[in-house]
Design a binder for this molecule. Structure first.
Ligand code: ZN
Length: 394
């Protein structure tokens, strides 16, 4: 049985057929350039480079030259398919079975791009555009995210681009289209703590200083007390120690040092600096426990090293953006979406410095999995939501 595909499903299939595993463009941006140019967009493609990371292609396209200016942001790159034999049909085929389209990127997030493009097409064919629409599409979201959205925004802002609102088409919905608009994220910070001891014979502990004991005190002090109870819009802050390492193979040797790495996801009660201070305070307190317990005269000797940048917490409160999108969702699906700040980071963390941003896309259940897929009914529903949003926004 052959099924007639809607316009958005056709676009999605074309995109899935481009094998754009980060950092490869795979033809996906070329395809979008062709479609957007045909619609009257001014399309620019740029490749960004940096040290120790592959070059990545990106795309920025705009139609209209007046306000309000709505940006749609997303990525055409996808994660690898894993073992090809585990897929029930070819991962870059876009095959449809029982009304479901299968393929890497179907929901994360070629689906969101296909739906928004198709919604814009429909909007432009029956309305005169009363503002501007742009697409900011990167090929570096699933990779290091160094040569993507961050640089693309700086590049566009430098040539004078400003935006009034942005929708990121990441798969925000847990079960059904209309469940959740994501309007913020907790902050994130990673660090490494090293405890220095003195190597020695396990039978002669007085001649050495075991860093594992000090590490245990430090980690206990770090983890004992919750950072907070959560806030109105955010989950509680949580810190996870993700690895503890001594690297010692011998049972009778006390090692010279121990290290641990950790990641903290913090809510709007904290800034990156405040989190660093609190972690440091907890380690200082833990480092003194051995003095109190055993009358030792020195505290545990430790060092903290922060890994990567702080990703700050953000919350979008813009009533026009959230109100217009919620209303469109309600009109199409009958559901009132919940606002959520849950989940991991996305490129919205960069966009929030330029304009109000929310995430709304397909249902995320199969993202990054074997047999990533979306029902075609979801694709059509999301397209209808985006189209309604454009109508109500302008
Ligand atoms: Zn994604």
């Amino acid at each position: 049985m052959t099924q007639t595909l809607s316009r958005s499903a056709q676009i999605l299939r074309e995109l899935i057929r481009c094998p754009s595993v980060t950092p490869h463009e795979g033809g996906a941006l070329g395809y979008l350039e062709k479609e957007l140019t045909a619609l009257g967009f001014h399309v620019e493609r740029m490749t960004f480079s940096d040290e120790n990371t592959p070059d990545v292609e990106n795309l920025y396209a705009r139609i209209g030259d007046s306000a309000p200016h709505i940006m749609f942001a997303g990525h055409t790159d996808v994660v690898p398919i894993g073992n090809a034999g585990d897929w029930s049909s070819e991962a870059f085929s876009g095959d449809v079975k029982d009304g479901v389209m299968l393929g890497r990127g179907a929901v994360d997030m070629k689906g969101g791009i296909a739906c928004f493009l198709s919604a814009v097409e429909a909007h432009l064919s029956s309305n005169e555009l009363k503002g501007s629409i742009s697409f900011l599409i990167t090929g570096d979201e699933e990779g290091p995210s160094i040569n993507g959205t961050d640089k693309l925004l700086k590049w566009a802002a430098e040539k004078g681009e400003t935006w009034d609102a942005c929708i990121v088409g990441e798969p925000s919905n847990p079960k059904q289209i209309g469940d959740v608009i994501k309007n913020g994220r907790r902050g994130s910070l990673s660090g490494r703590v090293t405890v220095k001891g003195v190597q020695g014979h396990a039978a002669y502990p007085h001649l050495s200083d075991n860093p594992v004991r000090g590490m245990a005190d430090l980690l206990n002090a770090l983890l004992e007390t919750p950072f907070d109870e959560g806030t109105e819009m955010f989950q509680p802050t949580n810190l996870e120690v993700t690895s503890v390492d001594v690297g010692n193979q011998a049972t009778n040797v006390i090692a010279a040092k121990a290290t641990a790495i950790f990641n903290i996801r913090f809510n709007d009660l904290w800034t990156g600096d405040a989190v660093k201070q609190e972690i440091n305070r907890r380690f200082q307190e833990g480092a003194k426990r051995d003095i109190i317990r055993k009358g030792k005269d020195t505290a545990v000797n430790f060092e903290i090293e922060w890994i990567g940048r702080v990703s700050p917490v953000f919350l979008t409160k813009d009533d026009t953006l959230i109100g217009t999108l919620s209303e469109a969702i309600k009109q199409v699906t009958g559901k009132t979406p919940e606002l959520s700040t849950g989940g991991g980071t996305s490129d919205a963390r960069f966009i929030k410095d330029y304009c109000p941003v929310v995430e709304f896309g397909l249902v995320g259940q199969t993202m990054h999995q074997v047999d990533e897929r979306t029902p075609l009914s979801d694709v059509d529903k999301l397209t209808a939501v985006y189209e309604k949003f454009l109508q109500n926004y302008f």
